[in-house]
Design a protein around this ligand. Structure first.
Ligand code: MLT
Length: 314
């Protein structure tokens, strides 16, 4: 019967390529992280892992695609804090978190940086703050949709600065970065993953780091944290995790989690991630139970921030 078929399929899993859905446009931090992980999964899984970008609505369109996918382990999701923020932001979500997902493990933590267009006169956060207060709603702040990391960092920034800027949504921070470098956009709070190369190339100006500590990266070591620049206690870290549809057979989930744990020990992956300020999680945070508990706690934390901001997506 069905159980036998499911059992056989699980035993042979994976006997065809596995797809990772990235819920943002290609070229952004989520895409880069997913591609690093896909590359490192190939050996432990013994299969090709392909990336499919399904962008829009702050990552909820791609997440919904995975929630509804066949629970056979061949369609996975790599996503960030948007997993925890969407339930509070989107009143009509077509999926339930955590119920519709199986948790395969956390991947990394990513700091964000406050970056600006190269033509901005300000050369540090203090000067930028003066300029923002003088221009407020004329200042446009890019993000990748409600619930995206850039949106949430921007929300926390405006709360901390008691300033209201004009948000400009994109399908991912890669297209936003193009407009920032071109001067169409003033500011963005972007994951360091995607900003380090642009900062090193002097294509954007950097005004602060969102994490509690400065980053050890050569390009960012001199950049103060926003907390030390006057936004006391400011600390926004973006985490990424991997998910499958909730009814995926346990034997398949087991294989996927084992492969992910091996992939995150791959020296090449660790080197690539640390080169852009990412911290690959250690083994205990890779346990599915811990991953699920962490996301549930983040859902509570972010729903408070979102209710305070009074911003919802209908
Ligand atoms: C991206 O990959 O575009 C980013 O993760 C979007 C965001 O969350 O800001």
């Amino acid at each position: 019967g069905l159980a036998l078929i499911a059992g056989t399929a699980a035993a042979e899993f994976p006997d065809k390529p596995v797809t990772i859905i990235v819920p943002f446009a290609a070229g952004g931090p989520s895409d880069k992280i997913a591609r690093d992980v896909a590359e490192a999964l190939r050996k432990p899984l013994g299969q090709t892992v392909i990336i499919e970008n399904v962008a829009g609505a702050g990552g909820t369109i791609g997440s919904a695609r995975v929630a509804r996918a066949a629970p056979d382990g061949y369609t996975l999701l790599v996503h960030h804090i948007g997993m925890a923020t969407a339930p509070a932001l989107y009143r009509k979500l077509s999926y339930k978190t955590p119920d519709d997902f199986a948790f395969l493990g956390l991947i990394n933590e990513a700091p964000s940086v406050l970056i600006g267009k190269p033509t901005l006169a300000a050369t540090n956060f203090a000067e930028l703050r003066t300029w923002i207060s003088a221009n407020e709603s004329k200042v446009n702040l890019a993000h990748a949709g409600l619930g995206s990391a850039s949106h949430l960092c921007g929300l926390m920034l405006q709360n901390a600065m008691k300033a209201t800027m004009t948000p400009v949504p994109y399908k991912g921070t890669a297209p936003a970065m193009t407009d920032l470098m071109g001067g169409q956009i003033d500011l963005m709070c972007e994951q360091a993953t995607n900003a380090v190369p642009q900062i090193e190339g002097n294509k954007v100006k950097v005004f602060g780091v969102s994490s509690a500590q400065r980053l050890a990266l050569p390009a960012l070591a001199q950049v103060p944290t926003l907390a030390e620049s006057g936004l006391n206690g400011f600390n926004v870290a973006v985490w990424h995790g991997m998910y499958a549809p909730s009814n995926t057979p346990p034997a398949v989930l087991e294989k996927l989690n084992t492969a992910l744990r091996a992939a995150l020990k791959d020296p090449e992956l660790i080197k690539r991630e640390e080169a852009v300020g990412l911290t690959v999680v250690n083994d205990d945070r890779l346990q599915p139970a811990q991953h699920k508990k962490f996301v549930e706690a983040e859902m509570v934390r972010w729903s408070g921030v979102i209710k305070a901001a009074g911003q919802y997506a209908d």
